[in-house]
Design a protein around this ligand. Structure first.
Ligand code: ATP
Length: 268
């Protein structure tokens, strides 16, 4: 079924530049409940049911969750919020219930909802009454399933969104998305690291100045940075078909995606 699948791509912490404090927070919020469920229970700490990541598009929310899932060797079930309504997926509520069933049967498991605002956001499907009622049913199915997930089940729900202001408040109550974590755009050092990571397999020219590029790309997303390296390589290829040319970043236009205004949401 489309919109539901297991991703086995191996991604590691080394593939993600910067974000040290986010990585640490996620290890605590995602790894511990799955790997130390019994110890947490003994200490009387309730394991979180869900973690919501928010922040600008293209800043590695998805990648972070994949790394965690790989790290703890858990099943990774991924549902895209918008794709859930696709006619190809079929009955959205059933898909949702089946995903939780499958997660419980193959625990430890991470259920990842990308673009969660498209799934259960306020007015995400426009104002048509019919669309609203479908969305309401999805929301109540999701709340039911999340309330039914016991910490011992080893099932953790992780959501990602660029529009946390659109997420229904019921989902943000403790016992649902217990942790809300902001994934910021990369700072200077992170931008340098992303260029290094994406350029490490390229024959870089002597004119490539990573420090300079990083300082000229304030406000760029991680995806924008990865794109700079890719564009530079494609330019080299275009100019010599035998690909003898080394990669230069001098001629690459530095283009960034749209600006993102962080909403006033407190992390927890
Ligand atoms: P969206 O909100 O659009 O779904 P996202 O926040 O989930 O985006 P990803 O899909 O994880 O972002 O990242 C997109 C791509 O950008 C990644 O595949 C990677 O190539 C690059 N990228 C983003 N941030 C980083 C980073 N910190 N280090 C290395 N690569 C990064």
């Amino acid at each position: 079924k489309r919109g539901l699948g297991i991703d086995v791509a191996k991604t590691t912490w080394a593939d993600i530049g910067g974000l040290d404090s986010v990585k640490l927070k996620l290890q605590q919020a995602v790894e511990w409940p799955l790997t130390r469920a019994a110890a947490m229970k003994r200490l009387g700490v309730r394991a979180p049911r869900g973690v919501l990541l928010f922040g600008p598009p293209g800043c590695s929310k998805t990648t972070l969750v994949k790394v965690i899932a790989t790290q703890v060797r858990s099943t990774f079930l991924s549902i895209n919020g918008a794709a859930l309504y696709s006619p190809y997926v079929g009955d959205a509520e059933r898909t949702l219930r089946e995903t939780f069933q499958r997660a419980r049967a193959t625990s430890p498991a991470v259920i990842f909802f990308d673009e969660v605002e498209a799934m259960v956001g306020k007015r995400a499907l426009g104002s048509s009454a019919n669309a609203d009622s479908v969305q309401e049913r999805i929301l109540s199915t999701l709340l039911n399933e999340m309330d039914g997930v016991e910490s011992a089940d080893g099932v953790l729900v992780v959501g990602a969104t660029n529009r946390i202001d659109m997420i229904d408040a019921a989902l943000l109550r403790p016992g649902r998305f217990d942790h809300v974590v902001y994934v910021p755009p990369p700072d200077y050092n992170a931008r340098k690291e992303i260029l290094h990571i994406n350029g490490r397999k390229m024959p870089l020219g002597s004119d490539v100045d990573i420090d300079d590029l990083a300082s000229r790309t304030e406000g760029f997303s991680g995806a924008d940075m990865a794109n700079i390296a890719r564009e530079a390589a494609l330019l080299a290829l275009r100019h010599s078909i035998d690909a003898q040319r080394v990669v230069s970043t001098r001629t690459v236009p530095l283009e960034r995606s749209a600006r993102y205004a962080p909403p006033n949401i407190v992390e927890r």
